[in-house]
Design a protein around this ligand. Structure first.
Ligand code: ADP
Ligand code: MG
Length: 703
């Protein structure tokens, strides 16, 4: 039995919350911090000193020995470098603790080993981290002790963004400004701030750690590079929402406690579709905090799993043949006085503000479908997207029956006078309440679906940062809002201008709206006919960052310069090449040092048996057949191995990084598949006791 927990007592125990700031700071300093937090600006050094000191006192009272600027470089994971609070001992040898305002608000690090995509030469390797005051400081507790973590943004010596945080904050400013403009058109004078709210649902797999450690592919690539299907997959749908096993329950319990202490609102937990797959969803919060918290969720999942002798796999496709993992990015826009711009209200057909917002989002997604696709691409996601389980590689919008009907009326008649009513389902049991079918329904195959009062971007990969998708959504919607406001603000008759913009947006961009089955072959053809981009691979999507259209978008709102976009493209090509290279080398290693020796040993024993039987005067029919079979497959393994090695050797001839990425996609990946096939065939015929790797059944069904 797990220990009882009082959530109210432990929630945010390790966070320097606003409440704690109020308690530890003099009133004027607290007020100053709050003003800068909400309105922006820089903290003066003398104020920062007071805040830093208070933060240190609180941290030390809670056992902290070090502090760190905690940031998100473009490696996809977080980075930290710890410094103890100690300062030079005094004459009597006493060591006092210190944490200055300067150390709090700005850090300088030799950041030459972080990816910069050519933005930063090693001779100007300095990088700066700066405190993101809108994301609270927190304490990380583990074997290393207690560390005070300051969420920070990371940029180069010249101010170019080298992380996810900086552009995300810039995009939040853009959407704030443009949303306020839009609200003012409707006479709103009370809202002073609009922030994107994000709730990322996180999928993951848990496997036994001892089995995990027996698989180099899981260790180095995060996914299985070999593996014959288990006799049972997910066909019975008995895992989805299934009863949670004790061992997994113990993990979830500890995970929740760790997350709650960090102020992460872990809310929902359940088993997912694939065996050994699970999900955690937090309550939505401001985009930058949601991003920080999602990074913590991923990190803590891995840590807690180890404590339970489990390994947490965040890869998008750890196992072939069963569902992969994604991250549903739920997104909405909320004002500081409680209005959700995506709330359709009771009569969406007459809600002009909502319709304008909706039409702008539809336009944004259509105009920048390629960029949106790019924003959710990572190497692992290539194995998941389009696999009849996750959204297709074509980006489309799902609105649900009621809204789609409204859009149709607007396009046809310029307004929507009819509202399709919700259907009430009668349960027919007096003790059960009747309920209304949600007008927005569910369409699990859609990449960008309206779900009640938010959009759910389902394309994002499970291991990826939610930074890129949210930077992109915020900015493309800001652009559409700004273009709408330009027209409406300068019109004589504002009301009719609003009507016109709504109609024009829906009319011009209706091709991106799709409510059918996103997995079907028919949709691929239809999407092509509609002219929607279909970017199959991450490699195909990267160049979108170098588009004129993309540069115009991001430069307009000062989010990325052309150079920053170019650097990000380069980093992505590099990441792709390095990742596939690691996978290919891991395959070579496993085959050369584990599979071939094991299978050779097995066929040697088979040959002995054959000889013994012949000597004994018995015909070794089955054994001969098997021996031949094993030998044929092993020969195929060897040929494929030689080919893969040869192709890898040729990589050094290619200088251009984009060309290299395509070489990996078009040559190395097919060669890897060729190697996998005979190995997986062998797994199904070779004696299980001699097979060197835990099988799919071992990994997914014996957790
Ligand atoms: P599901 O999609 O699995 O049915 P929900 O839609 O209730 O579950 O919530 C999924 C996620 O969406 C949660 O993280 C939740 O906090 C978040 N969410 C709910 N409402 C909003 C909103 N208005 N804006 C952003 N995220 C939201
Ligand atoms: Mg959802």
């Amino acid at each position: 039995m797990s220990k009882a927990v009082n959530v109210e007592d432990i929630f945010a125990k390790n966070v320097f919350t606003i409440g704690k700031m109020k308690e530890y700071l003099p009133k004027e300093v607290f007020d100053e911090v709050m003003t800068i937090r909400s309105q922006g600006g820089e903290l003066p050094l003398h104020t920062a000193d007071v805040v830093a000191n208070a933060m240190k006192d609180w941290a030390v009272e809670n056992g902290a020995t070090h502090f760190t600027h905690w940031f998100q470089p473009l490696t996809g994971v977080t980075a930290e470098k710890h410094d103890a609070f100690i300062k030079h001992p005094d004459e009597e040898g006493r060591c006092l603790l210190e944490f200055s305002g300067k150390e709090l608000i700005k850090g300088e690090s030799d950041a030459s080993s972080f990816p910069s995509g050519g933005l930063r030469a090693t001779f100007e390797a300095r990088g700066y981290t700066a405190w993101d005051m809108t994301s609270p400081a927190f304490l990380k507790e583990d074997a290393i002790g207690v560390i005070l973590c300051i969420p920070t943004a990371f940029c180069s010596y010249k101010g170019e963004a080298l992380d996810m945080k900086t552009p995300l904050l810039r995009s939040m400013e853009a959407i704030n400004t443009q949303s306020l403009r839009l609200l003012r058109l409707f006479g709103n004078t009370t809202s002073t701030k609009v922030t994107p709210s994000v709730g990322p649902e996180q999928e993951y797999f848990l496997v036994d750690r001892n089995k995990y450690l027996k698989r180099e592919d899981l260790i180095f690539a995060g996914r299985t590079l070999f593996g014959a299907p288990a006799p049972k997959g997910q066909e019975l749908d008995d895992h989805y929402y299934g009863n949670i096993q004790e061992r997994i329950g113990g993990f979830m319990h500890d995970l929740n406690i760790e997350l709650w202490k960090l102020g992460v609102t872990a809310k929902t937990q359940h088993n997912e579709v694939a065996p050994a797959q699970h999900e955690l969803a937090p309550i939505y919060e401001t985009a930058n905090v949601a991003m920080d918290h999602n990074q913590l969720v991923m990190e803590i999942m891995k840590k807690v799993a180890t404590r339970h002798d489990l390994a947490c796999l965040l890869h998008e496709k750890p196992f072939a043949g069963v569902n992969g993992s994604g991250k549903h990015n739920n997104w909405s826009l909320n004002t500081d006085d409680g209005i959700n711009l995506l709330d359709p209200g009771d009569s969406p057909n007459g809600n002009l503000q909502f319709l304008l917002v909706l039409s702008c989002i539809v336009k944004a997604v259509d105009v920048h479908a390629d960029l949106l696709r790019q924003s959710a691409s990572c190497v692992g996601n290539d194995l998941r997207l389009g696999g009849s389980e996750a959204p297709p590689a074509v980006i489309s919008v799902f609105l649900g029956e009621q809204l789609e009907d409204i859009v149709r009326q607007i396009i046809e008649f310029g307004e929507a006078s009819n509202l399709k009513e919700n259907v009430t389902i009668r349960t027919g049991v007096s003790a059960l309440p009747d309920f209304e079918i949600d007008a927005t329904d569910r369409n699990r195959t859609s990449p960008f679906a309206f779900t009640g009062n938010k959009f759910e971007f389902r394309t994002v990969g499970s291991s990826d940062s939610i930074g890129s998708p949210n930077i992109t959504i915020n900015t493309i919607v800001a652009e559409a809002f700004s273009e709408a406001c330009d027209i409406i603000e300068s019109a004589e008759d504002k009301k009719s201008a609003i009507h016109d913009v709504i109609t024009d947006n829906f009319t011009a961009h209706q091709r991106v709206i799709f409510s059918g089955d996103g997995y079907s072959e028919g949709w691929r053809k239809e999407a092509a006919r509609r002219g929607l981009p279909c970017l199959e691979s991450m490699v195909d999507a990267i160049d979108t960052l170098n588009d004129e259209k993309t540069a115009r978008l991001f430069e307009k709102f000062s989010i990325f310069t052309k150079a920053e976009l170019g650097s990000r493209a380069e980093i992505l090509y590099e990441t792709y090449v390095k990742t596939i290279n690691i996978e290919a080398n891991t395959m070579i290693d496993i085959v050369s040092r584990q599979i071939i020796p094991a299978v050779s040993g097995y066929s040697g024993r088979l040959a002995d048996t054959v000889n013994n039987m012949l000597q004994a005067g018995v015909k070794p029919m089955v054994q001969m057949g098997l021996l031949n079979d094993v030998n044929t497959q092993l020969t195929e393994v060897d040929e494929a191995l030689v080919k893969l090695k040869f192709l890898l050797e040729n990589v050094s001839e290619i200088g251009d990084i984009k060309e290299k990425a395509y070489y990996f996609k078009d040559n190395i990946i097919p060669a890897m598949a060729k190697l996998r096939k005979p190995v997986d065939n062998l797994e199904t015929i070779v004696d299980k006791r001699t097979w060197p790797l835990p099988s799919y059944a071992d990994l997914m069904f014996e957790v």
